[in-house]
Design a protein around this ligand. Sequence first.
Ligand SMILES: Nc1ncnc2c1ncn2[C@@H]1O[C@H](COP(=O)(O)OP(=O)(O)OP(=O)(O)O)[C@@H](O)[C@H]1O
Ligand SMILES: Nc1nc2c(c(=O)[nH]1)N[C@H]1C(S)=C(S)[C@@H](COP(=O)(O)O)O[C@H]1N2
Length: 197
Amino acid sequence: MTALAQNKTLKIGLVSVSDRASQGVYADQGIPELQKWLEAALTEKFAVETRLIPDERAKIEQTLIELVDERQCHLVLTTGGTGPAKRDVTPDATLAIADREMPGFGEQMRQISLHFVPTAILSRQVGAIRKNTLILNLPGQPKAIKETLEGVKDADGNTLVKGIFAAVPYCLQLIDGIYIDTKPEVIESFRPKSARR
Ligand SMILES: Nc1ncnc2c1ncn2[C@@H]1O[C@H](COP(=O)(O)OP(=O)(O)OP(=O)(O)O)[C@@H](O)[C@H]1O
Ligand SMILES: Nc1nc2c(c(=O)[nH]1)N[C@H]1C(S)=C(S)[C@@H](COP(=O)(O)O)O[C@H]1N2
């Protein structure tokens, strides 16, 4: 078992990538939205490391490396900078520091987001692994955080398309990160029977 797996409390890095929020032009809503959703969705207490940074590729890479290698986060969620504009470089920075890509997360997020906005196709968001840490890029619109993590529900709260967070607990378990669970009324996560504890 790795040092990260022995670290029993889930630690999540929350990175808001925004030129204007980081300059104080507007208040950052990325980190509060991420934190609020995670508090509603996770069954156990968790620790967070938060970073608000501009859309600078070197700064994003350095931040991700620090959160994985030094802060030992099990999971890192970024928000912002996934589009096609020149300064949108979060996916590029993520892949540059990653060991392996997890294409299913980006594919599923775009599928989910198309139920909300036609511009979903413009997000280059990726999922990737560095060491034993899963890194997921979410779009910058604050409302996109809940949409992509939780998925599409009907008026009665029945799930129509599963959010990507459904796959996160088993993924963290497989990469020897940590064993976590979600509240089914927010998001029902899945793992095979043989992997349940
Ligand atoms: N951290 C944030 N806090 C609040 N609103 C945000 C944040 N990031 C993005 N938004 C909103 O979502 C929109 C789309 O996000 P995007 O990541 O493309 O930002 P942007 O247009 O590149 O600007 P910036 O990087 O300065 O936030 C923004 O124009 C802004 O209205
Ligand atoms: N679920 C969801 N996905 C979304 C959006 C949204 O509002 N909700 N916004 C889209 C928009 S407008 C763009 S340009 C791309 C990239 O956004 P980003 O540069 O803010 O990361 O994500 C898209 N994906």
